[in-house]
Design a protein around this ligand. Structure first.
Ligand code: PEP
Ligand code: MG
Length: 332
């Protein structure tokens, strides 16, 4: 089994009919770096930066953040790294922010619908400025992209980009040698509002990363950490899949890069459907990479497209499940 994985690691993530797929890993803690190297992932599609802000009493300063991002970028040896700026909120506790008085000690009664992700960062732009500066400085060490969490409005992307460019100008004045073209600035599509306005957002963002974890939660109104309703949390619900399709198509129409970085991307059963919808880039837990790669190497795109066509006509979750389970068994 181990040998098979070692062999698979070196094989390309490519379908039987020769379509290359970008297969990347999500990183939540730096200790996962060796796992990513072993997994066969080519780059980090989602670097969650919350770890930097946890278990400490102050906000990490620009140099501390720069070192941390640079270490990760260097460890990837030239493979791309997508760094997401701080997504505080929901079930994620950030003591540092509370202690530094950035967020109230007592969270909103409904934090998932409150001051979360880009909303908090735009309210406290000094946080965003420090993080942008650190990411830009680390981007000298390798190919980097910057990702904004919890976007729902076009105005948020514009406001964040203004700050991004201002920070870049400031760094250059300080003598930092940034690349002439700044790293792409993309957005998470993880709310129904963002998914349904993907055509407008595509004009403002440089790339999309579809986050199916929050997208499922907000679409189905099911709290990710609420165990009483855990059985209602279903990323294969037709409403979620339709939003993924809508956002993907908006990106493809404008030839904008789009990837999926939520748990949906880690489910090998769903890989044929996602390929059939036109997705060519997936990011997931390192542990899921080998299985998803195996599926990619066993399918042909036209079969995936046929599956997606049939499946996206369905509104009954049971039919969707049956089609997915039947794929590859002569049922398509
Ligand atoms: C998501 O919401 O799907 C996502 C990838 O982000 P996170 O899980 O960090 O909220
Ligand atoms: Mg999310």
């Amino acid at each position: 089994e181990r040998q098979r994985h070692a062999r698979l690691r070196r094989l390309p993530a490519e379908t039987l009919d020769g379509q290359a797929i970008e297969l990347q890993a999500n990183l939540e803690l730096p200790i996962e770096l060796p796992l990513i190297a072993q997994s066969g992932a080519v780059g980090i599609g989602l670097l969650r930066t919350e770890f930097l802000f946890m278990n400490r009493e102050t906000i990490p300063d620009e140099n501390t953040q720069t070192e941390s991002y640079r270490t990760i970028v260097e460890a990837m040896h030239g493979d791309p790294v997508t760094i997401r700026v701080l997504d505080w909120g929901g079930e994620k506790e950030i003591e540092a922010l509370a202690m530094a008085g950035i967020v109230p000690e007592i969270a909103d009664t409904n934090p998932a619908l409150g001051l979360r992700g880009i909303r908090l960062l735009l309210r406290r732009p000094e946080l965003l400025e420090t993080q942008f500066a650190a990411i830009l400085r680390a981007s000298i060490a390798g190919p980097v992209r910057v990702l904004l969490p919890m976007v729902t409005m076009v105005g948020e992307v514009r406001a964040a980009r203004e700050i991004y460019e201002k920070v870049a100008r400031r760094l250059r004045r300080r003598g930092e040698r940034l690349a002439e073209k700044l790293p792409p600035l993309g957005i998470m599509i993880e709310t129904p509002g963002a998914a349904l306005s993907a055509d407008a957002l595509a004009l403002e963002a440089d790339f999309f990363s579809i986050g199916t974890n929050d997208l499922t939660a907000y679409t189905l109104a099911v709290d990710r950490s609420e165990s009483d309703v855990a059985d209602l949390y279903d990323p294969m619900h037709p409403a979620v899949l339709r939003l993924v399709q809508f956002a993907t198509e908006a990106a493809l129409r404008t030839r904008m890069p789009v990837s999926i970085c939520g748990e949906l991307a880690a489910a090998p059963k769903l890989t044929p459907l996602l390929l059939g919808l036109g997705v060519r880039s997936l990011s997931m837990n390192a542990s899921a990479v080998p299985k998803v790669k195996q599926v990619i190497r066993s399918v042909e795109i036209p079969d995936c497209i046929r599956l997606a066509r049939r499946l996206m006509d369905q509104s009954d979750p049971e039919c969707i499940r049956t089609l997915i389970n039947g794929f590859g068994q002569g049922a398509e």
